[in-house]
Design a protein around this ligand. Structure first.
Ligand code: NDP
Length: 396
């Protein structure tokens, strides 16, 4: 018996709700968000009366507690925005509910993300006997579970880790982001950062780049950016000498991004316009295409994986583990594109790992701290099959 409360009715929330509703391990499913009509639309598309819906402002601990105390979920899947992580964690503690999310906390007024804010809740979750599972999307999420799998089954020591994220899809729009535009633009315009020899090296945005070859896709220019799972992975796998994250961007996307920044539309501080206070990046979000709407004409694939070099039985080996996800197939199944799909599927599966008792450990934990085996055993049948290649040229 496991009752789940999903918060957030965007692209990721849509996929997570489809997958949770289809999984008999969950006895009751509720989807709540700021705009209830969006929850109702998703529940209607899924059909039947399996998915209950509710309105909630997840910035308010009081509103969250009122909902949790009346519905009494066992676990809350947070697929709203990173701004809501702390209020939802606080409400979970107050109401005795376990927690899972896909992105680490960011303050609204500072484009800066790190785990310290959420790790500060460790003792309280531990004392309450509650499990909090952090970063259970694809990256962070499956990327870190791939590393845990590599460490458990293929390496005695992991030395070099490169997480490679390619979206080779085409949505036919001049410029659009694949998930929440505000969060996405904040992420990709910040400085790059990677781990080497025990310290963080900071680079200018998109300063380091090189072509990488993605399976089934071909060569794509890949840019070193900072990504949140690096922070926990270098702590949880201390043999790592260097950890980097690469993401592909097209020239057209980068040109738009540069213009957006240069004209001040990526600003996150409020400005006055006609006597009204607006935040430029939030206004920009309102005029950009809704990522959920991209799915209908999206073709091509995503390919996300980990390229690893390390030692097994005294010998050096290389290893590449990845998933390719097709935008059209994702849309056919859930009405959303592959970026929402690759995030929503792991979120729903992580909640199922909790429900089945595999991932229960009081405290606040990043996904790589749990057993990767039961998760990866089901990931393929949930829609994200993975492939392993051994002793190949990693290009890195
Ligand atoms: P969307 O913007 O499409 O959806 C966010 C949803 O959260 C919307 O339904 C929105 O409501 C709701 N929401 C926002 N603020 C509140 C609030 N205060 N109270 C209640 N609901 C609220 O985002 P995505 O679906 O694209 O992304 C969801 C999350 O997934 C984000 O945190 C993102 O960072 C993360 N993500 C993680 C990835 C990974 O691989 N780990 C990859 C991609 C995304 P409304 O509809 O009213 O605006």
């Amino acid at each position: 018996m496991c009752k789940v409360l999903i918060i957030g009715a965007g692209g990721v929330g849509t996929v997570a709700t489809y997958k949770v509703a289809a999984n008999p391990v969950f006895t009751d499913v509720m989807l709540a968000s700021r705009t209830k009509s969006k929850c109702d639309d998703i529940a209607k598309a899924i059909g039947g009366d399996r998915v209950k819906t509710a309105q909630v402002d997840a910035d308010s601990v009081e509103e969250l507690c009122a909902l949790m105390n009346s519905y009494k979920p066992d676990i809350c899947v947070n697929v709203a925005l990173p701004y809501q992580d702390l209020t939802i964690m606080e409400a979970c503690l107050q109401c005795g509910v376990n927690y899972l999310d896909t992105a680490n906390y960011e303050p609204k007024d500072e484009a800066h993300f790190e785990y310290s804010w959420q790790w500060a809740y460790r003792e309280r979750f531990e004392k309450a006997g509650l499990t909090a599972i952090l970063g259970c999307g694809f990256d962070p999420g499956v990327s870190a579970i791939f590393v845990a799998h590599a460490a458990k089954h293929h390496f005695d020591e992991i030395h070099y880790l490169d997480i490679v994220d390619c979206n080779a899809g085409n949505h036919g729009m001049a410029f659009a982001t694949n998930f929440n535009p505000e969060i996405n633009i904040r992420e990709v315009t910040q400085n790059g950062k990677y781990w080497e020899d025990g310290k963080w090296i900071v680079t200018k945005p998109h300063e380091i780049h090189q072509p990488l070859t993605y399976p089934g896709i071909g060569e794509r220019e890949s840019y070193l950016i900072y990504h949140e799972e690096l922070e926990s992975l270098v702590i949880n796998f201390p043999t790592i000498k260097r950890a980097r994250f690469w993401m592909t961007f097209g020239q057209e996307y980068l040109t738009h991004l540069r213009v957006i920044q240069n004209i001040g539309m990526a600003r996150i501080d409020p400005i006055m316009y006609n006597g009204v206070e607006i935040v430029p990046i939030q206004f920009l979000k309102a005029v950009l295409p809704d990522p959920k709407s991209l799915g209908a004409n999206y073709t091509g694939q995503t390919s996300i994986g980990c390229r690893i070099r390390g030692i097994k039985n005294g010998e050096e080996h290389t290893y590449y583990i990845y998933n390719n996800c097709d935008h059209e197939a994702a849309f056919k199944e859930t009405g959303t594109q592959a970026v929402s799909y690759t995030t929503g599927v792991p979120a729903a599966l992580g909640a199922a790992m909790f429900a089945k008792g595999y991932w229960r450990k009081p405290g606040v934990h990043n996904v790589e701290e749990f057993d990767p085996d039961p998760f990866l055993a089901e990931l393929g049948e949930q829609g994200l099959p993975w492939v392993e290649l051994h002793d190949i040229n990693l290009e890195l």
